[in-house]
Design a binder for this molecule. Sequence first.
Ligand code: AMP
Length: 197
Amino acid sequence: MGDGADGPDGARVILLGPPGAGKGTQAEVLCRRLGVCAISTGEMLREAVAAGSELGVRVREIMASGELVDDATMAEVVRDRLARQDARNGFLLDGYPRTLPQAETLAGILRDAGLSLDAVLLVEVPEDELVRRTLSRGRADDKEGVVRERLRVYREKTAPLIGYYRERGLLHEIDGNRPVEEVTAQVLDLFRAGGIH
Ligand code: AMP
């Protein structure tokens, strides 16, 4: 896997899909099975908010509203995270990129490192089920109005990434409306079948 002549051989994968599709759950299981680290920008930001860091203070309100943190801030967060040792051998990105400019930023970071993406997994779940699942998590940014807003933002800002990655031959569609183990199995089959390398 990977194309770096002198090194990294783990997969570099993006998990794409609406809030509540199960990306976080899949990221946790898949990172162990694939031997790469899971990077959740939402989790990183929530930790920053909890710690009351400068970043946390900056993003707290925007997160609570269901809107996206600005692309420049996210570029900093992701650039730093991907530079860390544990990301060298590959990664599963959960929640990044979420806009076309973010996709371009990621492409630039990888290009500079002589790396490329292996796959974008689009996890799809019907909207009613998304709302039901997200509300049952009970997080601060999971109130119904905010959930609907997060879905609207997904459709407007993030869904264009589907076409972007499809054009680049990287998109794989995963049916997320099934038990967790079945979703994981479909992804692992894709890797095994050589559809992703
Ligand atoms: P998540 O847990 O991935 O749904 O992220 C929770 C919240 O963090 C989102 O609703 C956004 O406010 C913010 N966030 C996480 N990742 C990004 C990103 N890539 N771009 C902008 N905002 C983000």
